[in-house]
Ligand binder design. Structure first.
Ligand SMILES: Nc1ncnc2c1ncn2[C@@H]1O[C@H](COP(=O)(O)OP(=O)(O)OP(=O)(O)O)[C@@H](O)[C@H]1O
Ligand SMILES: [Mg+2]
Length: 252
């Protein structure tokens, strides 16, 4: 526990120091060159935005699962994904395949964040195409997000869910996020009684989330703080994630 706490403190301060330093540099530049102050202040605001995003993610991580949530929503996963895709810029071609009425119970904002984080990652790492599936799989809803970029090697498939974990260490600290997205995704999934796996894509990589469908959730609440009672741990994933029904093409 102590070691984990130390690691967390070290990682968090490292991530926070970068945008703080950027704010300082920009403000100093504005003082030195008042004529260019506008540009420097824009830079400072951008760095402040990154700082705010990290603080908000850390707060969210502390909150997920720790506060009993009385009001729960019935969330149509297919609609949630479609709403999210509508707001995207279309940087990548996005394919979506979905069954009708794939409904889970839980927190709409948290499930929305889950979808956003997986899509952000997939778009960032895709070579050309992101592929999203929303399916019914027995008593489970299945949301899978794949992209055709570099695969994630088997030895990294667990640690990418750690706080502040980023595989592409060479990437500039200004590019991409602090490495909190998948940690949040996993906590959201687990708080909803589900699980998440990383698989080989075809090509690339695929993140597969399974959540209990509304009809399969037992009514007894287990443990304070769970968004939903934890359903029995699902069997390991086997077989391809495929199905029929509708396929919609979004973005370019
Ligand atoms: N679809 C993907 N393809 C390849 N690698 C991925 C993919 N998604 C995540 N990763 C790897 O896992 C790491 C952790 O992902 P995570 O979403 O937690 O952090 P991030 O995207 O770097 O930052 P943040 O999500 O906080 O903005 C990434 O830095 C990347 O190396
Ligand atoms: Mg991310």
């Amino acid at each position: 526990m102590l070691r984990q706490q130390r690691q967390f403190a070290a990682d968090a301060s490292h991530e926070l120091r970068t945008p703080i330093a950027a704010v300082r540099v920009e403000l100093e530049a504005a003082l030195l060159h008042p004529g260019d102050a506008r540009e420097a202040l824009d830079g400072a605001l951008g760095a402040l935005g990154r700082l705010e995003a990290i603080a908000a993610d850390l707060l969210l991580l502390a909150d997920i699962g720790s506060v009993p949530r009385a009001a729960e929503d019935e969330v149509d996963l297919g609609r949630l994904v479609a709403d999210e895709l509508r707001c995207r810029s279309g940087r990548r071609r996005i394919l979506i395949h979905q069954d009708e009425d794939v409904t889970v119970e839980g927190s709409r904002p948290l499930l929305s964040r889950l979808v956003t984080s997986l899509l952000d990652n997939a778009e960032r790492h895709a070579a050309t195409t992101v592929d999203v599936e929303v399916r019914r799989d027995g008593e489970r809803a299945l949301l899978s997000v794949g992209n055709d970029g570099e695969p994630v090697p088997a030895e990294d498939r667990e640690r990418i869910f750690d706080l502040f974990s980023r595989r592409d260490a060479a990437r500039s600290r200004c590019d991409g996020g602090p490495g909190l997205g998948l940690a949040i995704v996993r906590q959201v999934v687990e708080a909803h009684g589900g699980d998440i796996h990383v698989r080989d894509g075809d090509p690339g990589v695929r993140f597969v989330v399974r959540l209990p469908l509304v009809s399969s959730i037992p009514t007894t609440l287990v443990g304070a703080g769970a968004v939903r009672p934890l359903a029995g741990r699902p069997e390991p994933l086997t077989g391809p994630v495929r199905g029929s029904s509708c396929s919609v093409r979004c973005g370019v």
